[in-house]
Design a protein. Sequence first.
Lengths: 124, 367
Amino acid sequence: MTAVPENLLYTKDHEWIAIDGDVATVGITQHAADALGDVVFVALPKVGETLSLGAIVGEVESTKSVGEIFAPVAGEVTEANSVVVDSPDTVNADPYGAGWLIKVRFTGAPNAMDAAAYQALIGD
Amino acid sequence: MTNSTPLHAEHERSGASFTDFAGYDMPLRYSSDLAEHHAVREHAGMFDLSHMAEIMVTGAQAPEFMDYALSNRLSALENSQAKYSLLLSDQGGVIDDLIVYRLGESEYMIVANAANREAAFTALTERTKDWDVTVRDSSDDWALIAVQGPVAKTIVEASAIDTSLPLDDLRYYRMTEGTFQSTTIYVARTGYTGEDGYEIFVPSPLAPALWDELEKVGAPHQMTLCGLACRDTLRLEAGMPLYGHELGRDFLPAQAGLGRVVVQEKEDFVGKQALADAAVRTRVLVGLVAEGKRAPRAGYSVVTPEGDVIGEITSGSLSPTLGYPIAMAYVDSPFSDPGSELAVDVRGSLLVVKVHQLPFYTRKKVA
């Protein structure tokens, strides 16, 4: 079974959100990374870009398939993780840590659920 | 209903992730698609292919029947020889692509895709009516284990398999009988990875013991258990078509570059008339390469530099061996020359691609 960290929020698109003040760090869950297989390419939005809630803002590709990144919050991108762009396998190795994707200064509420609800969603 | 192979428990024990493939719960990967892919190219990998169908054709007229029922001249096969073949419809489309093994003077084994097991068995059975042959679906009796890669021979030789013919004398696309735990098995030098290797047909009840034996013997040779995910990238690099992607009932063999698999000179075979009458199809199968890391995927449109749609991707991935994106596509023939510059609509942005002669990857021949 896949451990779902308790301190994060989750979306139905298998992304996680860590809230720190008005900045949200966003990544994909272990469940999503496992389903994709080895990640070989990550495309992220640029710093300064404005994201609207639910918009497709990036991609995570494995040899087998493509996963789209949906903005789980609305706001402005403050950081894009160059580590995952240069070493996409970081997303598989440490999806909740070094494999984070973007930080967003957000407005409004994220469209998300808590860890228990996400655990139930993925049925582990 | 989902079927499982006789090796399902071994896969679970090895921590496989499973996927439904043609109604079978099959290993998608054990750990890493890329690691499994590289293992086959550099050392060896072992695959469970027991979902594939084994259809036996026996009877006095088996050689002539095979020539009639399939696309090429299988009566010309020597005993123990294998050949790639096509099961065509009356319209000349591809019902399935297969490997045919001649087991004896009047006995053949046809290995069909799992997804086409019913279709192939039904079509072959229907074709028997004027022939003294019997077609039998023996798929459940046989498991199929592939060991592929540069050290595959070392591993199979080191195993408890005894082959009638030494592996040194087993040529490409030939098979030999063998024994494992006093039971008859078949070892064929065939595969679907672009590497040298073996496909081993073993009675289902004995499959777990053989799998465990090969896993044990392969370990010191860095053999890796391999799932279907890497099988797909391996075959794509090797330019091998996959039914449902590059092949189907709507495609004629020549379009897929398989004209050589059809012997039009044969007196009669199913699909002959249709192929003789068929107008030349405008779309043909090509390889495409691109720069960067974004891969064209099945279903994406292929366009001219001016943006006119002239084709469609059938398979595509970042090539683990080559490090750049590769794909196969059907494109209008004026755009099919190697070197032609085209583009692929990758989710709204255009990716420049170049037509490339298939295959993308050829193994180095060792003297």
